[in-house]
Design a binder for this molecule. Structure first.
Ligand code: IMP
Ligand code: MG
Length: 189
């Protein structure tokens, strides 16, 4: 385990079982329809890559970047830095994929942007759901796990840009969250 991680919340095995379950639900609901998966960068890249490989029906893939977090753990200003091309969205069903549904601001904002761009429908799929922190009235259509109100990293989720490459989801040690610099790449057995 990485030395900055206090405990593992979700193991690789648990994650892969949940991703398979959600992929089956998506496949069942989208079969026979034109749809575009819009992955919200950067956090959902790992989840999206695993998810789409378990969905055996035609789909298009697009990316959007929204920044609602700076280097810390609380919500800041929201900016869209990149959006899919019109033809990837217009008159198509969209499955918006994100790493975590927290306050709900990111997905609420993204959903209205995609509707404004002419999407026929926008469904949402999140790896993690933290309902305790919700500020917007927003629920995901698909989710892998509900998690407690603790800041987590790994499987795409970062703290100040680090830990996205951990294959599991873990809680950071309080000393790291309080500002000590992450011990990059150091792994203890
Ligand atoms: P929301 O807009 O508040 O729902 O936040 C969604 C975004 O906040 C996610 O895409 C993450 O980038 C970030 N986020 C929220 N909670 C966590 C966490 O526990 N760990 C890492 N990133 C988080
Ligand atoms: Mg994110």
């Amino acid at each position: 385990m990485h030395r900055d991680i206090e405990r593992i919340l979700l193991s690789e095995e648990e994650i892969s079982r949940a991703v398979e379950r959600v992929a089956r639900q998506v496949t069942r609901d989208f079969v026979g329809q034109e749809f575009t998966v819009v992955s919200v960068l950067k956090g959902s890249c790992v989840f999206t890559a695993d998810l789409i490989r378990q969905i055996p029906i035609p789909l298009a893939l697009a990316f959007a970047e929204v920044q609602s977090y700076g280097a810390g753990t609380t919500s800041g200003t929201m900016r869209t830095r990149l959006m899919p091309r019109d033809e990837e969205i217009q008159d198509r069903r969209v499955l918006l994929v994100d790493d975590i549904l927290d306050s709900g601001r990111t997905l609420d904002f993204m959903k209205s942007e995609l509707v404004a761009q002419g999407a026929k429908s926008v469904s949402s799929c999140v790896f993690l759901d933290k309902p305790a922190r919700r500020l917007e009235r927003f629920e995901a259509d698909y989710r892998c796990f509900e998690v407690e109100d603790v800041f987590v990293v790994g499987y795409g989720l970062d703290f100040a840009g680090h830990y996205r490459n951990l294959p599991y989801v873990g809680a950071l040690r309080p000393s790291v969250l309080e500002g000590a610099s992450p011990s990059m790449g150091e792994v203890s057995p």
